[in-house]
Design a protein around this ligand. Structure first.
Ligand SMILES: C[S@@+](CC[C@H](N)C(=O)[O-])C[C@H]1O[C@@H](n2cnc3c(N)ncnc32)[C@H](O)[C@@H]1O
Length: 209
């Protein structure tokens, strides 16, 4: 990887930054999911989790965080360590693994998940890899699981294709948040077909930067 992803996270601290608005939109969707599943245990998978501030930020503000267990997979050691520190303060059972999140085997002990976070991935991999990853998501999911994903809408805007690939893979759209004056978008899709078992030995995507 050539990008300093730890430095990239500094943009979250800039006031009125688009990244902060995107984070708020992702957190809103996690909150909505938690509110809709009161009292049920929730298993979360976050691929390329960064420092985990989307999920962990929500859990830090919730009294029912103890019903959540999560696997966060992040390649960058500094970010994984930061996620681990934030997770340690929570009553949730959060495991942070520093590894390549594209390897299907990483998820063997964490499936099936009720909530899958694919944030900050689809803008950094090839279109073909986006499609491959979406087609594999039912392998991570419990019945009715929701997936929260992000993607910029710079031309050529891939989000219409992404939404179509989710539909083709057995998902219905729950939300698509795409403010006119910003370039980010946050999508949420719910699995409405039968999940598939995890296929081992697959590598779904490669970061291009
Ligand atoms: C755009 S950031 C998104 C971070 C976080 N999900 C967020 O939305 O704030 C992309 C993250 O993916 C991580 N990453 C890149 N390639 C990865 C890989 N193959 N496996 C795991 N993490 C990876 C980077 O280190 C970085 O933290």
């Amino acid at each position: 990887m050539s990008t300093d992803w730890s430095e990239w996270h500094d943009a979250y601290a800039r006031p009125n930054a688009a990244l902060g608005n995107r984070l708020a939109a992702v957190r809103d969707q996690i909150e909505r999911y938690m509110d809709a599943t009161t009292s049920d245990p929730v298993r979360v998978i976050s691929a390329c989790a960064g420092d985990g501030r989307d999920l962990l930020g929500v859990l830090a503000g919730r009294k029912d965080a103890d019903r959540v267990s999560a696997l966060l997979v992040e390649y960058d050691a500094r970010l994984a360590a930061r996620a681990g520190e934030a997770a340690a303060a929570l009553p949730s059972a959060v495991e942070v693994v520093q590894a390549d999140a594209a390897h299907s085997d990483i998820y063997a002990h964490a499936v099936p998940a009720n909530l899958v976070l694919l944030c900050g991935i689809f803008g950094n991999i090839s279109d073909a890899d986006v499609r491959t990853t979406i087609e594999a998501v039912p392998e991570l999911c419990a019945p009715g699981a929701e997936v929260v994903w992000t993607r910029h809408r710079r031309e050529p805007d891939l989000t219409p294709s992404i939404r179509g690939w989710f539909a083709d893979s057995g998902f219905e759209e729950v939300a698509f948040v795409a403010p006119e004056d910003e370039l980010w978008s946050v999508g949420v899709h719910r699995l409405v077909t039968t999940p598939r078992p995890l296929e081992f030995g697959r590598h779904w995507f490669t970061f291009l930067r």
